[in-house]
Design a protein around this ligand. Structure first.
Ligand code: NAD
Ligand code: ZN
Length: 266
């Protein structure tokens, strides 16, 4: 992606060998997350040109000096939220926002340089990885080894959407059995929230989306009913109060808009 608000282009990219404590990965499958689109639209900071994509699975192709936890041939998921296991955030059992996460969008590896070049120009990494590419380089602490038999086109979703949504319901929200949940946004992450709520034993799971085409899949993964704000003139919080006779027990905002976050809190 050479510039903000421009279409992607397919390019021959040179991917440098991994340096110390890094691995080079052959990407087998990658998902598309709304966050990638946030970069295109400028809602998420990034340097350009950049290789986005952060929800993938691949095979370790080569390893740099000092890498001990994975070897060539291992199937791995690159992690945009790494786990250095040393910083205070990694050590905190309630957190996972490792200090090595590229929240400032530097777009480079730990040594301050990129492994991608194209037409002689430096191309930046997205969130220390970048997966819309046949090969990428990641730090050793930013890869998770997985079962070789895991199906690539499904397991890549563990790199972002599934873990984010499912974890929000099961680990962060700690949804309780018999509860009522409202899920705003039925994309990849929202559907994963629904799966988490269902597994946690929620008895009512209300899916909310402007796009009714999303309802069928939401119902298939565990929503008990779905509504569109377009069908109501009153605020969605009032609609939910009426539907439940009081209020829902848990709400999840899985769209990424301030207005819908306010709706979910209300
Ligand atoms: P998506 O685009 O696939 O899904 C969003 C859904 O929201 C769509 O179905 C859309 O129709 C619906 N929607 C949009 N505006 C709406 C409105 N006003 N009212 C009701 N529905 C509306 O997105 P996704 O990939 O599932 O990601 C969802 C959000 O989560 C994004 O903002 C993304 O950046 C964020 N995200 C965060 C993390 C994280 O924090 N770790 C991880 C992944 C995604
Ligand atoms: Zn994502």
């Amino acid at each position: 992606l050479w510039e903000q608000n421009k279409p992607f282009s397919i390019e021959e990219v040179e991917v440098a060998p991994p340096k110390a404590k890094e691995v080079r990965i052959k990407i087998l499958a990658t998902g598309i997350c709304r966050t990638d689109d946030h970069v295109v639209e400028g809602m998420w900071p990034s340097k350009f040109p950049v290789i986005v994509g952060h929800e993938a699975v691949g095979i370790v192709e080569s390893i740099g000096e000092g890498v001990t936890t994975v070897k060539p041939g291992d199937k791995v998921i690159p992690l945009f939220l790494p786990q250095c296991r040393e910083c205070k955030y990694c050590r905190n059992p309630d957190g996972n926002l490792c200090i090595m996460t590229d929240l400032k969008a530097d777009g480079v590896m730990s040594d301050g340089t990129s492994r991608f070049t194209c037409k002689g120009e430096t191309i930046y990494h997205f969130m220390n990885i970048g997966t819309f590419t046949e090969y990428t380089v990641a730090s050793e602490f930013a890869v998770a080894k997985i079962d070789d038999a895991a199906p690539s086109e499904k397991i890549c979703l563990l790199g972002c959407a599934f873990s984010t949504g499912y974890g929000a319901a099961v680990k962060t929200g700690k949804v309780t059995p018999g509860s009522t949940c409202a899920v705003f946004g039925l994309g990849g992450v929202g559907l994963s929230v629904i799966m988490g709520c269902k597994l946690a034993g929620a008895s009512r799971i209300i899916g909310i989306d402007l796009n009714k085409d999303k309802f069928e899949k939401a119902m298939a993964v565990g929503a008990t009913e779905c509504i569109s704000p377009k069908d109501f003139t009153k605020p969605i919080s009032e609609v939910l109060s009426e539907m439940t006779g009081d209020s829902v027990d848990y709400t999840f905002e899985v769209i990424g808009h301030l207005e819908t976050m306010i709706d979910a809190i209300e």
